[in-house]
Design a protein around this ligand. Sequence first.
Ligand SMILES: Cc1cc2nc3c(=O)[nH]c(=O)nc-3n(C[C@H](O)[C@H](O)[C@H](O)COP(=O)(O)OP(=O)(O)OC[C@H]3O[C@@H](n4cnc5c(N)ncnc54)[C@H](O)[C@@H]3O)c2cc1C
Length: 437
Amino acid sequence: MTPVTPVTPVTPVTPAVPVTSAAPRIAVVGAGMAAARFAERYGALGGPGRVTVYGAEPRAPYNRVLLTEVLTGRYDAESIALPLGGAEVRPGCEVAALDTAARKLRLADGSVEPWDDLVLATGAGPAMPPVRGLRGPDGYRLAGGVHTLRTLEDCAGLAEEAVGARRAVVIGGGVLGVSAARALAALGIRTDIVHQAGHLIERQLDGQAAAVLRERLRTLGVECHTGSRARAVHTGPGAPPPGGRRRVEAVELADGHRLDCDLVVLACGTRPRTALARAAGLPVATGVLVDDGLGAAPNVHAIGDCAEHRGTVHGLAGPAWEQADVLARRLSGADPDARYPGTSPRARLSTGGLEYAAFGAVDETDDPGLDVLRLTDATRGSYKKLVLRGDHLVGAILLGDLATVDALAGAFAAGGALAGHPLHLLTGGTAMTGVVR
Ligand SMILES: Cc1cc2nc3c(=O)[nH]c(=O)nc-3n(C[C@H](O)[C@H](O)[C@H](O)COP(=O)(O)OP(=O)(O)OC[C@H]3O[C@@H](n4cnc5c(N)ncnc54)[C@H](O)[C@@H]3O)c2cc1C
């Protein structure tokens, strides 16, 4: 995860080459976080082409990471808009088909647009868990009170139904589930998280960090049911209102336990949106397969949540931006040979009284060659851990106190052997946080 702060715009510079009718046409499919970052960086680097960003959503790109802050009312929709450099953005323009041989794309309204380079940035959609009763009688729309949280429209729908709601269940206890639950609790709604894994955010936190987080959530009005699976969503009896849907009343767990609620949020991960690429004959596994130059085929590139690089689909804003930066350097001509080497796991959440950062491999249990330094302060709700191989840092967690996060991030990015005692990376000492290469 990356910090949940608005993205800082890069100062635009004058394009090195004036945009002319002969300028290359770069079509970006998808107007999300990766697309915005690419367009903004491409403009800032003086790329000579004309960039057009086609987006299925009815608005220009925004910082999706801040959606839960929009839910709590801390930000409004306008304040999370992302800069786009000089690119043309066409919201409400879904790309329906690609012809990579003729270098054309077809929009949902039937019009056809040519391109010289294509950037796929179609992102990901919410994964639907196998839970009975999630959908209404048409088998398509979600039951009343059941929501996903991926777009500003989802956020508005959830905010509307949150008015007057008293109890909510969030299915999924990863970072999205935890932030959604925290936001609902901030609205005064008693919230339960149901999470199948043994502890919260298990991809980034170890069991002890998750236990501290769980306690913190409890004080904010969120109860966690880990190692627990939602089996069914129950809606109210009787006929639904005309044109309406029956409203959710409870979530049933696999052990038969029932959690009464009037809202359900599904936060069970995401699936890369690859249908367009697949239909165009591009290489797709879980995501659109790209090489280190972020190419999927000649003049076709993919970045962000839809891209799969060296077997990894990140599904996070940080790697999406790094990929966008590399591609902007390549296509603008600033560095035609720029390569994306991958992003080592790191995550950061900072939202309404909950904050953590995690870097690299945080679980030492299966590797006897690793050492661990740990500091826990139960009264202040903080937990800090370093995982070391000899004098090399291989992983770290900071939860509840991020005072040393920059020093840790620096040491992590630099790699190499730590100079001095690593404890200083947890306590904030100054002299010993350097790195020996
Ligand atoms: C509530 C929430 C909180 C999050 N918190 C964090 C966090 O703390 N840290 C973090 O790192 N990540 C977080 N994420 C994940 C992060 O938002 C994504 O990794 C990031 O948005 C990926 O950017 P993207 O451009 O690849 O995809 P998206 O931002 O999803 O954008 C893809 C866009 O493409 C559009 N599109 C798809 N198909 C087409 C088509 N055929 N034609 C036109 N447009 C199309 C979609 O409508 C969408 O607008 C969070 C996500 C959510 C929902």
